[in-house]
Design a protein around this ligand. Structure first.
Ligand SMILES: Cc1cc2nc3c(=O)[nH]c(=O)nc-3n(C[C@H](O)[C@H](O)[C@H](O)COP(=O)(O)O)c2cc1C
Length: 393
């Protein structure tokens, strides 16, 4: 795919659908509304995509919105939800919906969490601090990236409590120890090791966007090809990150190194789910990095059931990738996920409106999830089961 407005994909599909339907044609003009003046004006989380695109320079938009190669995994994540339908049950008292979700003894207001997304100053000057304040205000779980633009300690202060910390493992073990000790000292309860980009990736569309950016990138970056100058969590750590030599033995070493809970992010198969269990991993995030790692992966909503099966109920399974509607979240919960992560949607909100944009994204998704839970006669999360959905064959 050429450089293109990927984030407006949904909107374009919808407009095409409207254009083909004489009955609904008058509605098409409602899609041509003026740009959002306030986060409150957004109907759905994808309403933030276009304002985000307009707010960002092309290189940053390209980094945010795109996937790898031809963006097939990115698009598959979105398309996967269309093959699953709901099985609503009627005449259930749904007057008191309850979205509360427990993870490692902490209860969150909803199962929707904020995925680690690096370099958030590229999207808003307040970056991770604005997200931390939004997470606090909405009582949402925030996972902070190793390549955060603000130091963990400042983010923890802004949020009131330490977030979970996502680990991009340094290439030296000494560096890993140093980073993990710092994360422990900040009081993070959970370490989330991302294992899906250890082999590298081909972020081709982002590169194409970068070439359309006429600014002098070296004013802020280490080279014209990017490279952040400011990575506060890797300060004083020699070498790079993401050793391609990492194996399951590294999981054992990490388990020995720290008492924090250890979560692996980027698991997509039953076999690896079993290995997680055998190596004492405390939870899994089913993820393909939002289509930013391996091309031609399955949508995560399709990988989820076999991972859930592989862990046999012993550890929580979380999932992310392409979640844009409350119904998407519902389908994952019905497939056995304990919690559901969003990446791009809250960054669209951040880029467009800062903290308030992030809050509104969370609010919209929660409202949509609440509605579908009530509609389907499953007003509490524990009532959502595989019987709540039907997967197309
Ligand atoms: C701009 C961007 C930066 C990301 N940075 C990280 C990161 O630093 N660490 C990580 O584990 N995942 C990172 N991810 C992946 C997200 O954590 C998450 O898996 C993905 O965004 C979920 O898909 P979605 O964007 O379709 O919601 C990033 C994603 C985006 C879009």
């Amino acid at each position: 795919m050429r450089p293109d407005d990927l984030a407006a994909l949904h909107r374009r599909q919808f407009l095409r659908f409207l254009a083909g339907s004489p009955l609904l044609a008058p509605l098409a003009s409602a899609q041509q509304l003026p740009p959002l003046a306030s986060p409150k004006d957004a109907f759905s989380v994808m309403d933030f995509a276009e304002p985000a695109r307009l707010a960002l320079p092309p290189a940053h938009w390209g980094y945010l919105a795109t996937g790898v190669d031809d963006n097939a995994t990115l698009e598959a994540n979105l398309a996967g939800f269309q093959r699953i339908q709901l099985r609503p049950r009627r005449l259930v008292d749904s007057s008191k919906p309850d979205l509360k979700t427990e993870l490692f003894g902490t209860v969150w207001d909803s199962p929707i969490f904020l995925c680690p997304v690096g370099h958030q100053k590229a999207f808003h000057p307040q970056g991770e601090l604005a997200v931390a304040r939004a997470a606090q205000k909405t009582a949402s779980l925030q996972v902070l990236s190793t390549v955060t633009a603000f130091p963990l300690e400042e983010v923890a202060k802004a949020r009131g409590t330490p977030p979970w910390f996502q680990l991009y493992m340094p290439t030296t073990w000494a560096g890993t120890e140093k980073l993990v000790r710092r994360v422990e000292a900040a009081g993070c309860p959970v370490l989330v090791w991302t294992v899906d980009v250890l082999a590298g990736r081909n972020a081709e569309t982002a590169e194409r966007f970068r070439l359309t950016d006429t600014r002098d990138c070296t004013l802020c970056h280490t080279s014209a090809r990017g490279g952040a100058r400011d990575l506060p969590m890797l300060d004083g750590i020699e070498g790079g990150i993401n050793p391609p030599s990492a194996t399951w033995e590294f999981v054992d070493r990490l388990k020995k190194l720290t008492a924090m809970k250890l979560v692996l992010k980027g698991i997509e198969t039953r076999e690896d789910a079993r290995l997680c269990r055998e190596h004492g991993v405390d939870a899994i995030v089913v993820s393909n990095h939002g289509g930013r790692a391996t091309e031609d992966s399955r949508p995560t909503i399709d990988s989820l059931p076999e991972v859930v099966d592989g862990v046999g109920g012993r550890i929580p399974v979380l999932v992310d990738g392409g979640f844009r509607r409350g119904t998407d979240v519902y389908k994952a919960l019905a497939s056995g996920a304990r919690a559901v992560g969003i990446g791009r949607p809250y960054i669209y909100g951040l880029a467009a409106f800062g903290q308030e944009g992030v809050e509104r994204v969370v609010e919209i998704l929660r409202a949509e999830l609440t509605l579908v839970m009530k509609q389907c006669g499953t007003p509490a999360i524990r009532q959502i089961t595989p019987n709540s959905i039907a997967r197309a064959r």
